[in-house]
Design a protein around this ligand. Structure first.
Ligand code: 4NP
Length: 152
């Protein structure tokens, strides 16, 4: 089983979408996809209603998800950790204790814009259009991730 974790700040907007999108592209018998946030404000919360709506428009149900915080143990559990922005990247790396764990972490948009270190914008204070843009970026990145994982 290969395990992939998607990480953002609140685990209610971006990473739940990334989890839902990647999960829909992979064989559930071989891959486990989860998500978490670096902050604890939304622990136990359902995904933001705008992420739920965008997911639904694209045939995905993410309502089963529940917010949780990223913990050190996740470095052991997961093989790949994709973060949404540079601030999440720093927060997650600050918890890493070994190079092996640091090597598991990467910015998700580097899958489509290699080495550019671009961030998926935080859509929380934006309109539904912001969520639509986030969905499109994540869809493209997750297509690349899924192809690479299925090959490996
Ligand atoms: P996310 O978005 O990190 O994509 O889940 C946010 C959700 C909540 C907050 C910030 C970003 N907040 O400040 O509560």
């Amino acid at each position: 089983m290969t395990r992939i974790l998607m990480v953002c700040l609140g685990n209610i907007c971006r990473s739940p979408l990334a989890e839902g999108i990647l999960k829909s592209k992979l064989d559930h018998a071989k891959f486990l996809v989860d998500s978490a946030g670096t902050a604890s404000h939304h622990v136990g919360s359902s995904p933001d209603h705008r992420s739920v709506e965008i997911a639904k428009r694209n045939g995905l149900d993410i309502t089963y998800q529940s917010g949780r915080v990223f913990v050190k143990e996740d470095f052991k559990t997961f093989d790949y950790i994709f973060v949404m922005d540079t601030s999440n990247y720093e927060d997650v790396l600050n918890l890493a204790e070994t190079q092996k764990h640091r090597d598991k972490v990467s910015l998700i948009l580097n899958k489509i814009f290699p080495d550019e270190d671009m961030s998926v914008p935080d859509p929380y204070h934006n309109s539904i259009d912001g969520f639509k843009q986030v969905y499109e970026m994540l869809e493209e990145s997750c297509s690349v991730i899924a192809k690479e994982l299925e090959k490996s």
